[in-house]
Design a binder for this molecule. Structure first.
Ligand code: ZN
Length: 150
């Protein structure tokens, strides 16, 4: 288990230091911004969706290590997938990070996102990890108001 923990730490550190898909798409089909006032995380997510499939995803903004790693992992995870699959991934992710301490989170189908399941032990961090996902949901729903975790 400690090896797995180290691996998870490594994934988060890697995505914090080298965020993937950082920036903004020039002609996004979907866009949403989100903020987590509790920590000060802010991000803007831009998507290129065609025929119900996410062709490209980028994020920009500033935030703590967890929120940055989560947004980076999100863009990698949803690219090439349908919006339905992205939505399902959000639900799986949300279930994993809100699993009560003492219970084993179900990380099946999460891939690298499983690295973030450890935040469930730190309720404040759950918001950092979830911000990008709530922003994704807002973008896909066509929301024009910024989302907030509060
Ligand atoms: Zn944060």
């Amino acid at each position: 288990m400690s090896d797995l923990r180290d691996l998870y730490q490594e994934v988060i550190l890697d995505h914090t230091k080298h965020p993937r898909n950082f920036g903004a798409l020039e002609h996004p089909t979907h866009r949403a911004s989100g903020r987590n006032p509790l920590c000060g995380d802010q991000l803007v997510l831009t998507l290129d969706v065609l025929g119900g499939r996410v062709r490209d995803a980028r994020f920009a903004g500033k935030g703590c290590a967890i929120s940055t790693a989560s947004a980076s992992l999100l863009t990698e995870a949803v690219k090439g997938h349908t919006t339905g699959e992205a939505h399902e991934l959000f639900q799986r992710f949300h279930r994993a990070v809100t699993t009560p301490t003492g219970e084993e989170p179900d990380v099946s189908g999460l891939g690298k996102l499983a690295a973030l399941a450890g935040v469930r032990e730190f309720p404040v961090r759950v918001k950092c990890a979830s911000l990008a996902w709530h922003t994704l949901e807002a973008a896909l729903a066509g929301a024009s108001e910024p989302v907030t975790t509060e």
